[in-house]
Design a protein around this ligand. Structure first.
Ligand SMILES: NC(=O)c1ccc[n+]([C@@H]2O[C@H](COP(=O)([O-])OP(=O)(O)OC[C@H]3O[C@@H](n4cnc5c(N)ncnc54)[C@H](OP(=O)(O)O)[C@@H]3O)[C@@H](O)[C@H]2O)c1
Length: 255
């Protein structure tokens, strides 16, 4: 899977990290980007800067109809980049209600899953391609002040790993990007060492090009992943073997 010549779909492309992904993919030779945004007017600057290499899509990932319409439009896509994300920004108990968790899950888990379901057949049709999911250090270790967000990002990581297994047969590579604090609107009110979106994207796409599927895009993510890595790799290999055995004994559809 090469970025050069790829045709990408990027969700949440209008600002923050998503916009940085669009700029970097184009700089690395992507032929065309389907840029998703809830309000396509917010893509006007990207369209003015890059002309017909940007195809704006009205795309709220929580809406089935918009996701289906995106897949019907972007039939030549070879790369799906699930970037759109939501942080409500409190611990579950601190919030004292379920709504924040529901909102984060709706975008970070169900939205990502909906996009993957819609685009897996498109990618298969176009030779396999790749899915890249924007995860977080919070996928790896729960951060209690953002407890419900961390739960959603952990679920997104789990889906990423399952889909890597499920889509390998159709030749679709599935990668996840992990990062700590990134200097975007999402954490404008959070103090701490933040990495610029451009640096995160540059690191992540370099590692993707080098063949990494679980990508630490900043020092924080690399340090946490290094601590977990040996354990994780061994457990994943063992789990995939168990999955092969399970599916051999329980063919899908057999109940
Ligand atoms: N910032 C960090 O510290 C950090 C760290 C690790 C991982 N991440 C992840 O990086 C990704 C990008 O975040 P960011 O920092 O760029 O955040 P951001 O500045 O808040 O941007 C979020 C993007 O997601 C879009 N979005 C939200 N809900 C959506 C929906 N229902 N459908 C489609 N698009 C939707 C937003 O669109 P609107 O403009 O319409 O709101 C916006 O384009 C997220 O997955 C986030 O979880 C961020």
């Amino acid at each position: 899977m090469h970025i050069d010549g790829s045709i990408a779909v990027v969700t949440g492309a209008n600002r923050g990290l998503g916009r940085a992904f669009v700029e970097a993919l184009l700089a690395r030779g992507a032929a065309k980007i389907y840029a998703g945004a809830r309000n396509p007017v917010t893509l006007n600057e990207l369209v003015s800067a890059h002309g017909d290499r940007i195809v704006p899509l009205q795309l709220d990932v929580t809406r089935d109809a918009e996701v289906s319409a995106a897949a019907a439009c972007a039939t030549d896509a070879t790369l799906l980049l699930n970037n759109a994300g939501r942080l409500v920004g409190s611990g579950l108990i601190a919030t004292n209600d379920i709504i924040g968790l529901e909102r984060e899950m709706a975008v970070n888990v169900f939205g990502l899953a909906r996009m993957c379901l819609a685009f897996a057949p498109v990618l298969a049709e176009n030779g396999g391609g790749a899915i890249i999911n924007m995860l977080s250090v919070s996928s790896l270790v729960a951060f209690p002040p953002f407890g419900s967000y961390a739960a959603s990002k952990a679920a997104a990581m789990s889906l990423t790993h399952s889909m890597r297994y499920e889509l390998k047969g159709q030749g679709t590579r599935v990668a996840g990007i992990y990062a700590g604090l990134i200097d975007t609107d999402m954490i404008a009110n959070v103090a701490g060492d933040k990495t610029s979106p451009a640096d995160i994207v540059s690191n992540a796409l370099d590692r993707f090009a080098a063949g990494d599927d679980d990508i630490g895009a900043d020092d924080r993510a690399r340090n946490v992943r290094a601590a977990l890595h040996r354990y994780f790799t061994a457990v994943e290999e063992e789990t995939w073997q168990k999955a092969d055995d399970f599916l051999a004994a329980h063919p899908v559809g057999s109940g």
